[in-house]
Every structure is written in structure tokens, then in C-alpha cells.
Design a protein around this ligand. Structure first.
Ligand code: 5CA
Ligand code: ZN
Length: 424
């Protein structure tokens, strides 16, 4: 798929330092990518509803990572997907009487508009699941051949003209490292698997946690040629495993998403990565905290949404939306309130005021503080505080301006743009 247009990233003096992030597996800070190149796979949207503040928060978090890597001189490849065929999309399309492809296309276009407005860098590789089906089929065939997957009979009427082939599930017992990403107990895994799209009660599975790899054709559902698997469509986790592997190779540096993806999604996709390779997967797992609204996690299925497109439609400056997100650390769980936006609008105005002057206080320490904050687990609030302090000094009435640097406002403005993605 074509991703959205890339914003310009201004040049900055000097260079950022190596970026460390919190690894969900170990709970510690680790260097996100060693060496001259850096690779990221951040899970993309399921396009059945519009981008809400929670999604935006997660994509802005990974955008900060890409920007910090680039500032540190690393060559970045960022890959993402769109889950453009999945149960919630098909259900929403059926419920609203829209063709599922049209619903997906509309929501993907709206997402791209929202990301463009928020100054989020586009992925270098942006693959829809429906574009990668032959590759997923090959991977599932490979897992079957390796004894890491098995077929489960389908109910009468399912399976098109070839009902005997059955659905295909991963055999988790073939992967001794299963569980090593989340390190959750079996009990927690069982609860989350049931809550987050798994089918623990499906008859014929060896282990209730075994995830679906290939779902045979069902009446009223789209299906693709699956070669020796028979007609059907891919399971969720294997899609991301294959898209990431095809785009980045294995191992790659960071696999990311919102905290709801740690288990089962990233546990399962990493298990598939291992089985499909020599045991490699993502080196680091990074998860953004879930944003809530009105007492619950903001979610398309609950409907408690603050939509980026609605905010834009009411004339809100998208840079203020972005600043509202940056006021929270990406790993925090927080709730969007009516105060978030006015505070960000005020800050944006102050910053714009402060950089509009001819000359200002020296910006070297500010640039360094912004870089240091972002290199330490993408601490956007720390970076924002450093800019706040410079702006407050620049605007302080009666301050001594004799030592002002002519280029300082430009340096701050470019740093805010390049590193925080906020255009002043
Ligand atoms: N298509 C899958 C991933 S392969 C998916 O989870 N799609 S999604 O549209 O539901 O979410 C897109 C991204 O936003 C995911 O990284 C998800 O973890 C994140 N996300 C969803 N809800 C929230 C929320 N309330 N707060 C923060 N991030 C969220
Ligand atoms: Zn994913």
C-alpha cells in the first residue's frame, strides 16, 4: 500500500545519543538498536472505525522512536501493517450494510489523513494483510511441514468445496520458548487469550491457547486461494509475523504496539517468527500505555472514542493534539479529559511566541536536554519541560537580552519539529 506523505525533518546541529527503551520482556531499559541501522515493526490499525486518541498516542510514541534513531544517525526501516480483513471489520461491515472492502478503504484513507495531520512519519513498508496472503500461506504450509501446526476439522457447511482440509492451528508445544515475551502465568494467558480474540473453547485444539493460523472458507466470509491449505483467510498473529519478517528480515530490532498487544498478539507472532526461522524474532518489545476516556480504555468496540478526525473537523490545530499526547509519557496509562486540549493549545501558543523573536537565550543546553530525555525511554514530558523552560526564559519580561543568540529560536523551533514532530 502507498503510505502517506513524509513530513520534512529539519537538520539539527550535532547528533542524538543511542536511544534506550523499556523492554516489556525484561522490564529494563535497553538500547533499542545497536549499530548503523534500526528496524521497527509497529502493528497497524484494523480499519473499521476512525483513529482515536489512543491509537494516535501509540503511533506518536513509535514516531518519536524513529525520529530519535534518525537524529542519532541510524538508518531506519519502519514497517507496519493494516489488518484489512478480520472479524471486527467484517462484523461492522455486515452490521452497517457496507462492503467490507469499502469500509476498510475509507478508514485507511482517514487514518492516513490523521497521521499526516499529526506529523507522524509514514512507514517505509505499509502492507495490507490482503496483499500478503500468498506469503502467509507459504509460512503456514512450512509450519505444517515442520510439525509446528496441525489441522482441526471444521463444522458441517464450512470449508467450501474442500471441507476435509480443516482450519490450521499453531502447535505451541513445538516452541519451547513460548511465553518468554510476556512472561505471564498460564492463568493470565488464559484470561487474556479469551478476552482478546482467542478461541480457547474451540473443539479439536491440542492446547486451548493454540492460535489460529488459517481459517477455512465460511459462508458469507471472504476467502482466498490457500494452496494446499484450501480456501480461507489468515489468522491474526501469523499475518504480523510474516509481514514483519518479509519487510525487515529476522531478527529485527523493535516490535511495538499498544499494551493490549503484548499478549496474545506479540507473544504468538514472536513464537511464529522463531518457528519460521532459526529461533529469531524481535530483539526488543515496546508497548505504549492504553489511553482511556470516560472511565474505560478507549476502544472501538466500547465506543467511548475521542476521534482525531472529529477534533480536526472542529478546527483544532493537529499540532495541539500532538502536544497534548506528548505531555504524557508513552508508557503511562492515562485518561483523556477536557483539560488536555486547552493546556496543549496554550503551550503551543507560548512556544510559537517564544520562537518568533529575533534572537533568544542560548539553545544548546535545551537541544541537549530534549535529546537526553528522548534517548531515555522516549521521555516526551521531559523533553516538553525543557522546551517550556527555554520558552519561559525567552518570554520573561525584563530579562537581560544582551547575551542573546540570533539563531537560538530557530534551533529550538527546528528541534521541536525534528525530534517532537511539532511544527511551530
Ligand atoms: N490491527 C491490530 C494490530 S495488528 C490492532 O490492534 N489494531 S487496532 O486498530 O485495534 O489498534 C491499533 C494500535 O493502537 C495498536 O497498537 C493498539 O495496541 C493501539 N491501541 C488501541 N487502543 C488503544 C488505546 N486505548 N490506547 C493506546 N493505544 C491503543
Ligand atoms: Zn499486529
Amino acid at each position: 500500500m502507498h503510505s502517506w506523505p513524509a513530513p520534512q525533518i529539519p537538520e539539527l546541529p550535532g547528533r542524538g545519543r543511542p536511544v534506550r527503551v523499556h523492554d516489556s520482556t525484561t522490564g529494563g531499559l535497553v538500547v533499542a538498536a545497536e549499530g548503523p541501522t534500526a528496524t521497527l515493526y509497529a502493528c497497524g490499525i484494523t480499519p473499521y472505525d476512525a483513529t482515536h486518541i489512543g491509537h494516535a498516542n501509540t503511533y506518536v510514541a513509535f514516531d518519536l522512536l524513529v525520529r530519535a534513531w534518525r537524529d542519532a544517525g541510524q538508518r531506519v526501516t519502519y514497517a507496519s501493517n493494516v489488518t484489512d480483513v478480520d472479524d471486527p471489520l467484517l462484523e461492522r461491515a455486515a452490521a452497517t450494510g457496507v462492503d467490507w472492502r469499502a469500509l476498510a478503504a475509507d478508514q485507511i484513507a482517514l487514518f492516513a489523513e490523521d497521521m499526516t495531520a499529526l506529523g507522524v512519519l509514514p512507514p517505509d513498508v505499509w502492507d495490507g494483510v490482503v496483499e500478503r496472503i500468498p506469503s502467509v500461506v507459504e509460512a503456514v504450509e512450512e509450519m505444517l511441514a515442520a510439525g509446528a501446526a496441525y489441522r482441526v476439522p471444521v463444522e458441517p457447511g464450512a470449508g467450501g468445496t474442500d471441507p476435509g482440509l480443516g482450519d490450521v492451528y499453531a502447535d505451541l508445544s513445538a516452541d519451547p520458548a513460548f511465553g518468554s515475551v510476556s512472561r505471564f502465568t498460564r492463568e493470565t494467558m488464559a484470561r487474556l487469550f479469551a478476552e482478546r480474540g482467542g478461541d480457547p473453547a474451540r473443539d479439536g485444539k491440542k492446547d486451548p491457547l493454540d492460535p489460529l493460523l488459517w481459517r477455512r472458507e465460511r459462508a458469507g466470509e471472504p476467502a482466498w486461494d490457500g494452496g494446499s491449505l484450501g480456501t480461507g483467510r489468515p489468522g491474526w498473529h501469523v499475518e504480523c509475523a510474516v509481514i514483519a519478517r518479509d519487510a525487515l528480515g529476522l531478527p529485527f530490532d523493535v516490535q511495538g504496539g499498544g499494551a493490549d498487544l503484548l499478549f496474545p498478539h506479540h507473544e504468538m507472532s514472536t513464537s511464529h517468527d522463531r518457528v519460521l526461522s532459526d529461533g529469531s524474532g524481535p530483539r526488543v518489545h515496546v508497548h505504549a500505555g492504553l489511553v482511556g476516556y470516560a472511565g474505560h480504555k478507549m476502544s472501538k468496540s466500547l465506543g467511548n472514542l475521542v476521534l482525531v478526525s472529529n477534533l480536526r473537523a472542529t478546527g483544532v490545530d493537529p499540532m495541539a493534539v500532538r502536544l497534548a499526547l506528548l505531555a504524557h509519557h508513552y508508557r503511562d496509562e492515562w485518561e483523556w479529559t477536557d483539560d488536555d486540549l486547552p493546556a496543549a493549545v496554550q503551550r503551543l501558543e507560548t512556544w510559537r511566541d517564544a520562537v518568533s523573536g529575533n534572537g533568544g537565550p542560548d539553545a544548546t543546553a535545551t537541544l541537549d536536554a530534549v535529546r537526553a530525555a528522548l534517548a531515555t525511554d522516549l521521555d516526551a514530558p521531559g523533553a516538553v519541560a525543557a522546551v517550556d523552560a527555554w520558552a519561559a526564559e525567552a518570554l520573561r519580561p525584563g530579562r537581560d537580552t544582551s547575551g542573546d543568540e540570533e539563531g537560538a529560536p530557530g534551533v529550538v523551533s527546528r528541534a521541536v519539529n525534528a525530534l517532537l514532530g511539532v511544527r511551530l
